[in-house]
Design a protein around this ligand. Structure first.
Ligand SMILES: Cc1ncc(COP(=O)(O)O)c(C=O)c1O
Length: 408
């Protein structure tokens, strides 16, 4: 049945999917059509179930159908699901974030991480009157044209690293530096700092596998950027609310000018956000001249899901529990992990910090690992370069089973 559905989907949708990695091209085989999900169990249309470590690529930190989120969303639906007006639900979510994340003075909700990044870059250009943006090699910041230059995520799997259809002029305004290279950052800001609007980088690079920064790297980047009068945009679409509530910005005591969010912020509904210092956020319309808008922005149902999710993270933080489960995973040779984000690197003998350091065996053998896991009813991310996630419903027994598969 999965095969039949996939054949049908391929007739009406490019590659049969609505986001490339879902197509299993990096691992081969037929994508599973998931009919329902509860806790950390996915069930496909053939009635097969799988323990989920992909978790919709990160948002489902409390697993699927968390009862508190479900109850609040059901109540929200009975109040209506789109007003196109001011409403109280986004206010609750915004106040919660501003109160608990030190680096956010003001925040604006959008519908995806991509949109959040697009808007943050626009604000940075408006604030500085400069046009260049610096990003890291392998960093993924969504699919805005200017960010599809040496990008990760689905592009990590492709033989051509960059997307077709991006104008050369746009691409030229994006400067790419190698990850964790202190000298390269110093050099780019020494040479072109006066034209650089911002550097954008992930809280932890987690779209080309998980590539921990060299110690002190983020601080060095911040110093170089601020010395040049450029903005630091920390992309916490993955790490926000997952690497502690305040994300990597709080963990590393950074002073980013703008932060972008997605994934967990909407509790599994389509929400992104950008926020940061008021002096920059006040440039956004209707206060300022930076235009950014959205018909469905701050959708009240999605805002409610986000608010309940973040409130739960504050009242019953899962981060210590994730560390306990994560420590079990550390027994796997080549495991790279940060809290509840993990990437098992096949054939690795030392920490991989740059895409080019990934052992060739990893790309070659990951599909075998993926299918072995799938046959054992375990759903890993369907790409060698997508990370795995933990959620609160995962048990020690789940992790022990995963360990058995990874260590074999
Ligand atoms: C760090 C980072 N930034 C931005 C994005 C884009 O977010 P979205 O897929 O919601 O557009 C992603 C998506 O995976 C991401 O991981």
């Amino acid at each position: 049945m999965n095969k039949e559905y996939f054949d049908r989907a391929c007739r009406v949708t490019p590659g049969g999917v609505h986001s490339p990695v879902r197509a299993f091209r990096g691992v081969g085989g037929v994508p599973r059509f998931i009919a329902s999900a509860k806790g950390v169990i996915l069930e496909d249309i053939e009635g097969m179930s799988y323990t989920d470590y992909c978790l919709a690529f990160g948002p489902m930190i409390f697993g699927h159908q968390d009862p508190d989120v479900l109850e609040a969303v059901q109540a929200a639906l009975h109040r209506g699901w789109s007003y196109g007006t001011a409403e109280p639900y986004s206010l609750l979510l915004a106040e919660c974030i501003v109160k608990h994340v030190p680096h956010i003075e003001k925040i604006r909700f959008v519908n995806s991480g991509t949109e959040a990044v697009m808007a943050a870059l626009r604000v940075a250009r408006a604030a500085t009157g400069r046009s260049l943006i610096v990003k890291c090699d392998g960093g993924y910041h969504g699919h805005a044209d200017s960010m599809l230059v040496r990008s990760g995520s689905g592009l990590a799997e492709m033989t051509e690293p960059d997307s077709a259809g991006v104008s050369r002029l746009v691409a030229q305004e994006t400067l790419v530096v190698p990850l964790s290279d202190f000298d390269a950052i110093s050099r780019v800001f020494d040479e072109r700092g006066a034209s650089i609007a911002a550097i954008i980088l992930e809280g932890v690079p987690a779209n080309y596998g998980l590539l921990p920064y060299a110690p002190g790297y983020l601080r060095h980047v911040q110093e170089c950027a601020h010395r040049a009068g450029s903005l630091l945009i920390l992309d916490e679409v993955i790490t926000g609310f997952r690497c502690g509530f305040g994300g990597v910005a709080a963990q590393e005591h950074l002073d980013p000018d703008l932060i972008t969010y997605g994934k967990i912020i909407g509790g599994g509904f389509p929400v992104g956000a950008y926020g940061g210092k008021s002096c920059f956020m006040d440039l956004v319309a209707p206060l300022g001249a930076v235009y950014q808008a959205g018909t469905l922005s701050a959708n009240p149902v999605a805002m409610t899901a986000g608010f309940v999710t973040l409130t739960k993270l504050l009242t019953d933080p899962p981060y210590e529990r994730f560390e306990v489960l994560g420590k079990m995973l550390d027994q796997v040779p080549g495991m790279q992990r940060m809290g509840s984000i993990f990437w098992p690197v096949i054939g690795s003998t030392q920490t991989v910090r740059k895409p080019s350091d990934t052992p060739t065996q990893h790309r070659e053998f990951y599909p075998k690992l993926f299918h072995k896991a799938l046959a054992a009813h375990v759903y890993l991310a369907p790409s060698a370069f997508e990370v795995g996630f933990l959620a609160t419903p995962h048990t020690e027994a789940d992790i022990a089973k995963l360990l058995g598969l990874l260590k074999d």
